[in-house]
Design a protein around this ligand. Structure first.
Ligand code: ATP
Length: 348
């Protein structure tokens, strides 16, 4: 299983620094998501790993072999790195089998090639579809053919560039699960680029959060969601409730009372921004003695629960926040809110 290591990788396009001294280790056999806003350098990161873009500085190793360093540049086809590009990746004039056979050494009709093609189509659940043309397949099926083509030569590493962006919402979830299953089944090292935090958190073993050419945090999905390294990461990986507060040791005083903190030893005592996830705010329709009074401004139904926008009525100036609730609430309701679990604190 190939580990991918980047050290001090920098790439500028004119005045734009697409990658700024990136250090990142992608563990062998794991699925790592690279998550970040548009233009933060995700695609450039994939392209330097695949060998299509040469960095200005830094080193890259794949499976223990240096593929990029000052004076060293291993050609893309010799790195053992396969790329699954965004939509439109298949050759439209070739049938599915020829698309999958494209990266294999033998000729299409060779027995070994034909067998490998059938094996790969079975892996992605498309056995018997070899004679179809890409335009005779659904979007999800096309994406699975692109994956089969990338995996056919048994690459140590496969990199996927926003592979689900062209699929509609329902299909995206299904194809995501299928692709994850295929990658796990063969134990490939995979790097998937996405700007969709839900996709990154739900698919990957680890998530690297990027902003402006830098990797701000690399951790498990739970770590980046529950213990984000800084406010930029916290805001990017999910909805955030932000409250001005005053930190004293392991607690923070806020409009929602004195809250325990997740280890925030490196944040000095004094004024801070306390942060919670909306599901940590419990809303009770009955006004209880315990809890802070709030007024419901808006309720956005989301199926399993709702996002409830509230204004705390006890505070001056009035403070707005978002909560998740399964209670049948309506705009105009007066409710009580409580906080569950510890808060995060960031310098203000
Ligand atoms: P998106 O999610 O929108 O695809 P991204 O995070 O993948 O964005 P990159 O495509 O890596 O971002 O681009 C990073 C920055 O580098 C952007 O500002 C982009 O405009 C710039 N850039 C990328 N490739 C080139 C190029 N070939 N020439 C000039 N600038 C480039």
């Amino acid at each position: 299983m190939s580990t991918v290591t980047l050290e001090g990788v920098t790439k500028a396009f004119g005045a734009t620094t697409a990658l700024d001294a990136v250090d990142l280790t992608v563990a062998g056999g794991h699925l790592t998501a690279v998550l970040g806003p548009s233009g933060c350098g995700k695609t450039t990161l994939l392209r330097v790993v695949a060998g299509f873009v040469r960095p200005d500085a830094g080193t890259i190793a794949v499976g223990g072999t240096t593929v990029e360093a000052p004076g060293t540049h291993v050609a893309p086809e010799r790195r053992g790195v396969a790329i699954v590009p965004q939509e439109g990746a298949l050759f439209p004039h070739l049938d599915v089998a020829a698309n999958v056979a494209f990266g294999l050494p033998g000729r299409r009709r060779d027995r070994a090639t034909a067998e490998r093609v059938e094996e790969m189509l079975a892996l992605v659940g498309l056995e018997g579809h070899g004679d179809r043309r890409p335009d005779e397949l659904s979007g999800g099926q096309q994406q699975r053919v692109a994956l089969a083509r990338a995996l056919a030569p048994s690459p140590g590493v496969v990199v996927l560039d926003e592979p689900f962006s062209a699929l509609d919402a329902g299909l995206r979830t299904q194809v995501r699960t299928e692709v994850r299953g295929v990658l796990r089944a063969i134990g490939a090292t995979a790097v998937i680029v996405t700007h969709d935090q839900e996709e990154a958190l739900s698919m990957a073993d680890s998530v690297a959060v990027m902003d402006r050419g830098r990797v701000l945090m690399h951790g498990t999905p739970a770590e980046v969601y529950q213990r984000p390294a800084d406010l930029v990461v916290a805001r990017f990986v999910g909805d955030l409730v932000e409250l001005p507060g005053t930190k004293a040791g392991a607690t923070v005083e806020t409009a929602l009372g004195l809250l325990p903190l997740h280890g925030a030893a490196d944040v000095p005592d004094g004024p801070v921004l306390a942060a919670l996830r909306p599901e940590q705010i419990r809303v009770d329709g009955r006004l209880e003695r315990h809890g802070h009074r709030a007024h419901v401004d808006d309720v956005v139904f989301q199926g399993h629960d709702s996002i409830v926008r509230l204004t705390l009525t006890e505070t001056r100036p009035a403070l707005r926040l978002a909560a998740r609730s399964q209670a049948p609430l309506r705009p105009g309701d007066d409710v009580a809110v409580r906080v569950i679990g510890p808060a995060l604190a960031y310098p203000r």
